[in-house]
Design a binder for this molecule. Structure first.
Ligand SMILES: Cc1cc2nc3c(=O)[nH]c(=O)nc-3n(C[C@H](O)[C@H](O)[C@H](O)COP(=O)(O)O)c2cc1C
Length: 376
């Protein structure tokens, strides 16, 4: 197996086929099938919401590259008149900087430094992207999911239901056949905002926001809640996990926030914190990992803590010289490294878990979802 893996790793440097998961099943008897929001996936690696899912061209390239799913950039909710209570998040900023970042323990990782926030064009333009995504999804089978930031009131203030209703109804209409999958974003810039200084206020959002989205489109939505890393301790992070009500899946957890520099960041400090919190967290709802997934090994750490798939951003943005592959899109090069790296990749990691007696074959196959405790 390891000889074969070395050969595949070398061979696929010049191009990875989009149906590589079929090859993995045949050649290694490893079934990589995974799941996101109840949708079956050929393997667990998708793209998180952000600057890499802003237009149809990016979606086409990801589908052609064999990515498992894509979450669109986060749009800011609005009411019938176009009023956005969270308008401060709809700001325009294009410059991103991909930087090396040392974790507190010295391990070097990568982060993307960026001062922007949510989708900065109109809701109509976003809906056009959703419709284009639906067409690509129908043609290629790759799920494409919208993401929304809804109104978040201060304690004692009511939720602006008009914004919830209008945005959700329009998304559902653009999507077509119900249910429409929606990711609700609680972002790191929100974690860094004075709005989030009050723990009771944050917990109220997590208890109530999914219910407002559901009542806007009864029976017609499937909801993932993407939780922020609050600027409190691990115990509060676990409380957030336990408090969130009415979600079909939780995406855990968005980037850390550096209050001094006023920017979100990732790297090893992010994955260490996320994995630590998940280690002791609940597993009563499907989980999706996010944060510094930069190798198959890190992906497996998320899976072993309950994540049925993962969504990446930073690893799709590295300088080309950082990927072992020499041809193909960044998506293909990233997948090649994540899956086929003979030491750090997903296949190598699953074979190592088998050797350690932590993963057994069924009908001759190792199955990714067998790693996930209580996979839904
Ligand atoms: C430049 C940039 C923009 C992002 N924008 C969004 C966003 O609009 N909505 C969202 O839910 N997450 C957003 N994210 C978070 C990513 O989707 C991802 O969850 C996070 O960066 C952790 O994964 P990573 O370490 O692989 O980057 C953004 C991340 C980056 C780096």
């Amino acid at each position: 197996m390891s000889v074969r893996l070395e050969e595949d790793f070398e061979r696929f440097k010049r191009g990875l086929s989009p149906d590589f998961a079929d090859h993995v099943r045949e050649a290694y008897r490893i079934d990589l099938r995974a799941s996101y929001l109840g949708m079956p996936l050929p393997h667990p690696i998708g793209k998180g919401s952000g600057q890499l899912s802003l237009n149809a061209g990016q979606l086409e390239e990801d589908a052609a590259g064999g990515l498992a799913f894509v979450v669109l950039k986060t749009v800011i909710a609005e009411d019938e008149g176009g009023a956005q209570s969270m308008a401060a998040w709809a700001i325009h900023e294009t410059r991103m900087k991909v930087e090396r970042l040392a974790a507190p323990d010295g391990r070097m990782g990568w982060t993307v430094t960026w001062k922007g926030r949510g989708w900065d064009r109109s809701l109509d333009e976003y809906l056009a992207l959703v419709r284009a995504g639906r067409e690509i999804m129908a043609r290629t089978g790759m799920p494409i999911v919208p993401s929304v930031k809804y109104h978040l009131p201060r304690i004692g203030e009511p939720f602006r239901e008009h914004e919830y209703r209008h945005t959700t109804e329009r998304l559902a209409a653009a999507w077509g056949d119900p249910p429409v999958p929606i990711e609700i974003d609680f972002s790191p810039t929100l974690a860094g905002d004075a709005l989030s200084d009050d723990r009771a206020q944050v917990l109220r959002w997590l208890r109530e926001v999914p219910g407002y989205v559901r009542s806007a489109a009864p029976g017609a939505v499937r909801l993932a809640v993407k939780l922020m890393n609050a600027r409190f301790d691990d115990a509060f992070q676990r409380e957030m996990l336990e408090t969130t009500a009415g979600a079909d899946a939780l995406v855990v957890f968005n980037r850390l926030f550096d209050g001094e520099r006023g920017v979100a960041f990732g790297g090893w400090e992010l994955s260490d914190r996320n994995l630590r919190v998940l280690e002791a967290g609940r597993r009563s709802v499907a989980l999706v990992g996010t944060g510094n997934v930069c190798s198959g090994r890190v992906l497996l750490e998320y899976a072993l803590r309950g994540c049925e798939s993962v969504q990446l951003h930073t690893f799709f943005q590295l300088p080309l010289s950082e990927y072992p592959a020499v041809q193909g899109s960044r998506t293909q090069r990233a997948l090649h490294s994540l899956v086929f790296d003979p030491r750090e990749g997903l296949i190598a990691g699953m074979l190592a878990l088998e050797r350690a007696g932590r993963l057994a074959r069924h009908g001759g196959e190792l199955r990714f979802l067998d790693l996930v405790p209580d996979a839904h």
